[in-house]
Design a protein around this ligand. Structure first.
Ligand SMILES: [Zn+2]
Length: 142
């Protein structure tokens, strides 16, 4: 069991490192190309300078694109679908027992439940169905 988990986490790390490695290489190539372009421009070789600058810019754009893509994927993986919650209230007015649980298939507002109230054994009714909003994600969302 523990071994399987280790293998999985190593696999994830490798794929992340792999992407970062490629991006790093492309960035190094682009910086090198731009440096050579500047060098060629100084020596008066404008054709080579333009060519190298083009390679540098393409490589830079590519690396930014890869970074953007991998980051977006990471964000997508982090954000979980918001949970849908169901509020259940006791129909007995003197009881006013209220509980919240995860949405279950077949739930709808004003549906009477078969499960009796724990406090008064009265009938329970669904009064609200809503998506759970995580306050933490709101605060730290970039
Ligand atoms: Zn009740």
């Amino acid at each position: 069991m523990a071994q399987e988990q280790n293998q999985q986490s190593t696999g994830n790390k490798i794929s992340t490192t792999y992407v970062t490695f490629i991006v790093l290489i492309v960035i190094v190539i682009s910086i090198g190309a731009l440096f050579l372009a500047g060098n060629a421009y100084i020596t008066g070789d404008q054709l080579t300078a333009g060519f190298l600058a083009l390679i540098g810019l393409i490589a830079m754009t590519l690396s930014v694109f890869i970074l953007f893509q991998s980051r977006r994927q990471g964000v997508e993986m982090k954000i979980e679908a918001p949970k849908v919650m169901t509020t259940i209230e006791c129909t007995n007015k003197t009881c006013s027992s209220k509980s919240v649980r995860e949405y279950q298939r077949g739930d709808y507002v004003f549906k009477e439940l078969d499960v009796a109230c724990e406090k008064c054994q009265g009938k329970q009714m669904i009064t609200a169905i809503y998506k759970e909003v995580k306050e933490k994600e709101k605060t730290y969302g970039v």
